[in-house]
Design a protein around this ligand. Structure first.
Ligand code: HEM
Ligand SMILES: *[C@@H]1O[C@H](CO)[C@@H](O)[C@H](O)[C@H]1NC(C)=O
Ligand SMILES: *[C@@H]1O[C@H](CO)[C@@H](O)[C@H](O)[C@H]1NC(C)=O
Ligand SMILES: *[C@@H]1O[C@H](CO)[C@@H](O)[C@H](O)[C@H]1NC(C)=O
Length: 591
């Protein structure tokens, strides 16, 4: 009797010890093709293949139909190759509206279908919760956290302890030589990226990296303020317009003392360098101040246009309608100028909400933590800024919004258009942004983000088989292998940065194939794109509707800067395709 007792206790002890060392049965990610793993008791699991074109214990078998689809479907790599080459083919397609629209509809649907809507996961539970879908204080999440009890930080693969963050930053992130972007992107592009995305990437650092304080999409809160109170403070309450002031003969945002909203400036910043802007961090860089200024000028210009059409409208209606138009112009410019540039496709992208009418599509959006991390494009920042011949090292640029007033908008826009952005790669973070990388990696760990390979598979990309395949070289690959032990044990953000670049592209395949879906979904799910909004009357009639349909980055600046138009471009004017490839290759060889 006693011995049975002891045996039982011994077995229980052993199995719980085993539990401690082996985690749970889902830690090895046995379910394939997006099957959902669920533990079943302490040492077993099941895969839920519902809604997938796969069946079997591990969702490993494609259905007959799926087999056929897989056979004829081009690979993401093949499709990319097709899109950045064959100019003649795309010129033809661009010119046949039937084909052009068919292609665009496909891009909208194939990209956005990759994003869960409503959201299923957030970062504090490892399984679906109603909170994920309904509680906006969380960033949503595409893949749930790695279970806490797993034997390694990324499941069962890789080392038990992840590499030291400072070591990683030193070895793979720190810039020694400025590496220019191979597509010739300009600094105007860089600041557009930062300005536009900070309306929805708003981590609540006090609460922790799982939480955020934004509105989960393109809500133009970076122009109008975080809440109603701020918006009312920034409005002039006359003719729908926003508060502005004239400095050096140009219109600029008001000083903070004249429109007290919450802004972040270092202590001791003089009053004439403190402006009231829609986003609390936009005092950080003059580039953000340039965009804040131009959008306010555009808003007030739109108000004038609307007032001409509708002298009967009051301040409130002019304001609200102008805000809708600014939202539309933003999306138009993001798709047709910004994404067009960064994709480097010969196919001409278009903003056309009507293409989704009648399709299965949810007009709702949630910002995920993965999208946030993936958009940490700090390598795009150069170390210094050349404003009409005066060179400012970055440390003399931060929190100096007043430089824009000194040099003038025209000079700034012209200079930003002519200066080249950095390449989005390893060894290219300027010293000012090294602390951000450190934080990003640490947050990724705290949130237990799954491995890069898991994310690749979730977004229809093949998992990398080796570090060499990931980086496309051998030296870094060997160092990474030493540090991480296993390619399936490589963390998300580090992987994105060390990944080899795609042919004729700004990024590796992961950033594009994972970021693309979030981007398309975020833009096209905007309320103004829905059938009840997307009609002339919403925007004050055909005149307002046309402001959206004809918006461009060129017009945004030229219509709001007096006199001769500056150079306005997301690509530097002297760009020659492939002009820095040799320079980059030499740098890599010398690593
Ligand atoms: C020199 C220029 C820049 C500086 C000094 C800078 C600095 C920072 C800092 C201090 C944070 C706060 C978070 C942290 O420490 O984890 C941050 C967050 C972030 N930055 Fe930058 N940044 C710069 C440029 C850019 C650019 C060009 C982009 C391009 C899109 C970008 C994207 C982001 C994103 C997405 C976040 C997360 C924001 C959030 O979740 O609240 N940054 N950056
Ligand atoms: C499209 O094709 C028509 C007729 O073939 C031609 O006149 C026009 O210039 C083309 N437009 C573009 C943008 O290629
Ligand atoms: C949303 O989540 C946060 C953080 O857990 C919590 O403080 C808040 O009360 C939740 N809101 C609702 C409406 O449940
Ligand atoms: C700054 O830009 C101007 C052109 O705007 C150029 O002539 C000059 O050489 C640049 N200076 C430096 C130090 O890069």
């Amino acid at each position: 009797m006693k011995s049975i007792y002891i045996t039982v206790i011994f077995t229980v002890l052993c199995s719980s010890l085993l539990q401690l060392t082996q985690g749970n049965a889902c830690c090895s990610y046995p379910c394939q093709n997006q099957g959902i793993c669920n533990t079943k008791g302490f040492d077993s699991y099941t895969c839920d293949c519902t809604g997938l074109d796969y069946y079997g214990d591990n969702c490993e078998h494609p259905t007959l139909w799926k087999r056929f689809v897989l056979l004829i479907k081009p690979s993401p790599e093949g499709l990319h190759h097709l899109l950045v080459n064959n100019k003649w083919l795309w010129t033809l397609i661009n010119n046949i509206s039937y084909l052009k629209n068919k292609a665009m509809k496909r891009i909208y649907t194939m990209r956005s279908i990759m994003v869960d809507s409503p959201a299923v996961y957030e970062s504090v539970h490892e399984y679906p919760t109603l909170e994920a879908a309904l509680n906006y204080t969380y960033f949503a999440r595409t893949l749930p956290p790695v279970p806490t009890e797993c034997p390694t930080p990324l499941g069962v693969k890789g080392k038990k302890v992840l590499p030291d963050v400072d070591l990683l930053v030193d070895k793979f992130f720190k810039r020694t030589t400025f590496l220019p972007d191979p597509l010739g992107s300009s600094v105007l592009f860089t600041f557009f990226a930062q300005h536009f995305t900070h309306q929805f990437f708003k981590t609540d650092f006090k609460a922790g990296p799982a939480y955020q304080w934004g509105g989960h999409g393109v809500d133009v809160s970076h122009i109008y303020g975080r809440d109603k109170q701020s918006e009312l403070t920034l409005r002039s309450m006359k003719d729908g317009k926003m508060k502005m002031q004239v400095l050096n003969g140009e219109e600029f945002p008001p000083y903070l003392k004249d429109a007290p909203v919450h802004m972040i400036y270092p202590p001791g910043t003089p009053d004439n360098k403190q402006f009231a802007l829609g986003q609390q961090v936009f005092g950080l860089l003059p580039g953000l101040f340039v965009y804040a200024t131009i959008w306010l000028r555009e808003h007030n210009r739109v108000c004038d246009v609307l007032k001409q059409e509708h002298p009967e409208w009051d301040d409130e209606r002019l304001f609200q309608t102008a805000k809708l138009i600014i939202t539309g112009e933003t999306i138009k410019i993001v798709i047709e100028d910004y994404v067009q540039h960064l994709s480097n496709y010969h196919y001409k992208l278009s903003f056309n909400p009507e293409l989704l009418f009648g399709e299965e599509f949810q007009y709702q959006n949630r910002i995920t933590i993965e999208f946030n991390h993936l958009y940490h494009w700090h390598p795009l920042m150069p170390d210094e800024f050349n404003i009409s011949g005066t060179v400012y090292p970055i440390k003399d640029f931060v929190f100096q919004s007043d430089l824009v007033i000194k040099h003038g908008m025209k000079s700034f826009v012209d200079s930003f258009s002519k200066q080249r952005a950095g390449m989005m790669s390893h060894h290219n973070h300027c010293y000012m942004t090294l602390s951000v990388v450190r934080d990003t990696i640490k947050h990724g760990r705290e949130l237990r983000l799954q491995s890069l390979n898991r994310y690749r598979q979730r977004f229809g990309l093949p998992a990398y088989k080796s570090f060499q395949e990931l980086t496309g070289e051998t030296k870094m690959a060997a160092e990474l292998e030493e540090l991480y032990g296993d390619i399936d044990g490589l963390e998300f953000y580090v992987g994105l940065i060390v990944e080899k670049r795609r042919e004729k592209a700004m990024f590796g395949s992961s950033i594009v194939e994972i970021g693309g879906p979030y981007s398309v979904k975020g833009l096209m799910s905007n309320p103004i794109c829905s059938p009840k909004f997307w009609k002339p009357s919403t925007f004050g009639g055909e005149v307002g509707f046309n402001l959206i349909k004809t918006a461009s980055i060129q017009k945004l600046f030229c219509q709001n800067i007096k006199g001769e138009c500056p150079t306005v471009s997301f690509q530097v004017p002297n760009y020659v395709e492939g002009d820095v490839e040799d320079f980059i290759k030499k740098f890599h060889d010398e690593l």
